[in-house]
Design a protein around this ligand. Sequence first.
Ligand code: SF4
Length: 188
Amino acid sequence: MVAREILEMYSIGMDENEILVHACCGPCSTASIERLLSEGWKPVIFFSNSNIYPASEADKRFAELLKVADFFHLRVIREEQDHASWLSSVAGLEQEREGGKRCEKCFLYNLRQASAKAEELGFKHFCTTLTVSRFKNSKLIFDIGEQFPLFEKIDFKKKGGFDRSLVMSRDLDLYRQQYCGCEFSMQH
Ligand code: SF4
């Protein structure tokens, strides 16, 4: 494991333009981070994805995310995985189709984690790279995010974000996972 998981905490959250970016993986972070920087934000990356199964897959995705962080010279915070807790939050919805009720709970779980971390560290904003994926409904993510006061509705799909993420992922030679994250998404 890389010793960069929590860095320079003393200076985090003091700047109005700093934003905690919940990052689901390296590929989705590429174009999202690039756009945030171009718009004057100062991103700090937050990896908290207890939905990812197995743990080795989470480590693999985190390692790819670190490549993106290194490319942009950004700080990264990693939260410990708690897959058992995540499983409890989606109990009864295991057989839902991808994009359905289980995913709503999953978004809520991860956004709640990001919101709590943003508040804990004194950030004034947070957002998520989940909106860059063509397979994820940005409006649904915004509807869920609305309940968190620091949440910024940034649709990373816009402005060609998804296509740009493909190009950047290729350029950075990033591993691109073949399933969304949880064990139930492996079956579809
Ligand atoms: S398919 Fe993806 S978004 Fe849906 S519950 Fe699984 S990991 Fe979460």
